[in-house]
Write a protein that binds this ligand. Sequence first.
Ligand code: PEP
Ligand code: MG
Length: 899
Amino acid sequence: MPTSEEHRFVYEFREGDRTKKDLLGGKGANLAEMTNLGLPVPPGFTVTTAACRAYLAHGDQPPGLKAEIDDHLRRLEEARSKRLGAADDPLLVSVRSGAKFSMPGMMDTVLDVGLTNTSVPGLAAETGSERFAWDSYRRLIQMFGTTVMGVDAREFDRALEDARREAGAETDVDLGVDGLKALVATFKDLVRHRTGREFPQDPAEQLDLAVRAVFDSWNTERARVYRRRERIPQDLGTAVNVMSMVFGNLGPDSGTGVAFTRDPGTGAPGVWGDYLPNAQGEDVVAGIRNPVPLADLEAIDPVSYRDLLRAMETLEGHYRDLCDIEFTIERGKLWMLQTRVGKRTAAAAFHLAVEFLDQGLIDEAEALGRVTGDQLAQLMFPQFAHRSRPEPIASGVPASPGAAVGEAVFDSKAAAERSGPVILVRRETNPEDLPGMIAAAGILTSRGGKTSHAAVVARGMGKTCVVGTEGLKVDTEGRRFTVPGGIEVREGDVISIDGTTGAVYSGAVEVAASPVVEYFEGRLDAADAGGVVAAVARMMELADRHRGMGVHANADTPEDAERARRFGAAGIGLCRTEHMFLGERRRFVEDLILAESRAGRDRALAELLPLQLEDFEGIFAAMDGLPVTIRLIDPPLHEFLPDLTDLSVRVALAEERGRVDEDQARLLEAVRRLDEQNPMLGLRGVRLGLVVPGLVAMQVRAIAEAAAARIRAGGEPHPEVMVPLIGSVHEFELMRSEIERVVAAVSEETGVAVPVKIGTMIELPRAALTAGPIAESAAFFSFGTNDLTQTVWGFSRDDVEGSFFPAYLELGVFEVSPFESLDEEGVGRLVSIAVEEGRAARDDLIVGVCGEHGGDPASVRFFDRIGLDYVSCSPFRVPVARLEAGRAALAGEAADASR
Ligand code: PEP
Ligand code: MG
C-alpha cells in the first residue's frame, strides 16, 4: 500500500470533501461532502483523477492502484457485511464517472457490478424477488456489454424489444422471470458472438474492467467535443466512484428521481423535479416511462418525501446555493446518490446571487463569483423565442450575438432603399459596406472569421452577425444566395440569423427584446423593472465598487461614445479614425493620394480638416471630462480606393470606346501602385504617417483644434493621440515630434493650452520586446491584441478562422480561437513583458488593451492579473467587462469554481 498522501489513488467517501474536486471529481467531492453532512449516502469510494491521468498516459493502471482498490473494496464489504458477487446476499456496486466539471451524459457508468450466474440466486433470495434479480442481471450484461465490451447498444435494444414482443409485454416491468432468464441467455450469446469472449463471471474482474472503461470514456469523441465547446481542459481526466448499489426497482415502494432545490429557470423557491416509481436512474434518462412531478411523491411516500425535503434544505443551506440532486428510494428508505451546485439560466444566476447575498448567506465576493460576463452578455442580446424556432437552412461562425430578422439585401444601396429591417448578405465586408451595415439589423457573410471586418464592426455596433457560413453561395450581381440543399434566397426575401449560435433561418423567427439593454440605455428604471433587471443592476453596482481596472470603450462616433458612457465606460480607449474617411469623404482621400503637387495635397487635406474637427468635437462633448484616445489612421491606403479589378475593367472599356478619362487612368495607376500582397503587413499604421506628407498633421490639428474649441466652450476634453503599429521607438519618436509640433502650433494660434497625451499601440512583437525604450518616450501603451495575435502566431486575422481553425480546434491545437480569447502563454507573455519593462522605464506609464480581447471575460481576468490599468471594448461589451473586472478583483478562485 502506498503510504504517502501524494500517491494515494483511492479515497473513501468520508475522507473527502467538496474542495477536492480536482482530485475526486465533482461527483466524488460532493458525495464526500454529503456523507460528512450525515445525509444517507450509500457507502463507497472514489478512484482519483490522478489515477485516470496515469492510466491514460501509460495505457494501463498505475502500479499500486489495483491493491488500493482491493483494499477499499474489502473495507466496503466489511462495512456492509457482504461480499462482492457472493453466492448468498451479494454486494453489488455501481461504477460511475465524475470529472471536475460536470459533463452530463458524456462518459460511462456501469450499474449492478458483481452479478454473476452464481450470485443472481443470492440476490433473489435476499430481496425476495426473483424477477428483480434477473432484471438486474440483464441490465448489467446490457450496460457492461456496451460500455466495457463494446457491443453496439442497439443490438441489446433490439433483443429486448423482441423479448417483449414475444412475451406480449408492454413495458420492461411486464416481462416475467422466464422471459428475463431467456433474455439474459440471449444477451450472453450476443456478447460471445460479438466479442469472442464470455461475459465475465469473476466479480473482481468485472469491477476492474468497469473502472478501466470509465477511464477510457474520458477520451471518447463526444466527450472531447463537449469539452472543447465548454472550454474544459482535455487533460483533467475523470474520477471513478464505486458505490454500493441501492435499488429503486424493488417494487412500488421504491423509485428514483431528480430534484432541484429551486427552479433553475428563474431561481424561485419551490419543489422542482421528477420522480419515477419502481425504476432505476437510467430508466429516467431513457424516457421509457414518464415520471411524475416530484410533488406527487408526497402522496406516494410521505416519509421519504419529508426526508428528501429536509435533505434538500440541508444541502441548500450548506452549499448556500441552488443544488440539484439524484436520489433513490429503496423500499421506503431514501438514499442520496448525487448532488452538485445546479446549472441554471443566466437570469436565475443573477436572481440567486442577489437573493443569497441579501439573506446574508454569501458575501459580495461570492455573489460576484456566481455570475459571469457570458451570462450577462446572454441577457443583453435579443433572442429568438424558443418555441418558434424552425430548422436552420445554413450554419456559420457566430460572430456577434443576438437575433436579427429582415429582408435579405446584397449591398449598401439596397439596404438604404428598403424601409423595413434588412439583413446585409455579403461574401465578406469591407469599409465600403459600412453604410449598409449601419442600416442593417444583421450581417451575414459566407467568408471570414470572428475577427473579420464584418465581425469586428458588427460587434462594435452591437449588431447581430454570422460569418464564414459554410456552403453559402452569394451572388451579389444576381442579388441572391443559395445554400446546400438547393434553397435559394432572393433580395427581399425574409431571413433570420442567430449570432449566438450561427444559425441561418428562412423566414421570420419571433424575437424577444432585452430589458437589460433597456436598463443600460437608461430607458428602464431598475427599481421599477424589478426581476432580472434589478438583479443585474445590483451586481453591476457591486462590480463597479470593487473593481480595480477601468473599462473604456472602442468608439468612433459621438453616438457610440454617448452609448458607451451610458453603458458605464470611463473614457474611449480606441477611436479608429479611419472610419471617419468613408462614404462621401472618401473622395478627399482619393484626391490626397492622387495629388501631384503640394498645393493639391493641401487642398485635399483642407477639405478633410473641418470634417474631422467636427467629429472630434462631438466625441469630446460626449466624453467630457474623460480620456479619449484617438488613434491616427491605420489601415492601408488602398482600402479607401476603388477595387483594382473593377477599376481596371472600367478604364479598359473606356479606352476601347476611345474615351480615355485621365483622372480614372491616374487613379488606376495609384491603385496599382498601392496594391499589396499582404496589406496587413504593408503600408499601414505608423508607416503611413511617416510617408504620406501632411496626413498626420491634419489629424492632429483637427484633434487639437477640437479640444481648444471645447475648452473655450467650457468643456473639459482629455485628448490622447495614439500611434498605431510601431515596431521601433524611432518610428514613435518621429511621430511624437510631429504631433508635438502641431499641438504647439494650435495652442499658439488659439491661445488655448491644449493638453494632449501622446502614446502608442503595442501590436507587434518587436514593440513588446522593446517596451522599455518605447515607454521612455510614450505616456501610455494600448495593446492591440488583434494585430499582436496575428503577428505572434503568423495567422491572418481575416482568413484563418474560416479556413483551418475548425481543424485546429478539432485537433486540440487550441481550445478556443486566440482571436477570441487571449492566448495567455504566447501573446499574453509578450503583453506581460511589455507591461513589466514599460513600467520599469516609466512608473506613471498607463497601460490598457483595446483589441477584441478587452471584452472577453477570460482575457479580462488575465489583464487584471497582470495589472493593466484598463480594458477597452465595444460599447455593448462595456457592462460585461465591468462585471468581469469586478469578478477578477474580488472573486478570484470563487470565479473559477463557479464554472
Ligand atoms: C488591434 O490590432 O488589436 C487593434 C485594436 O487595432 P485594429 O483591430 O484596428 O487593427
Ligand atoms: Mg491593430
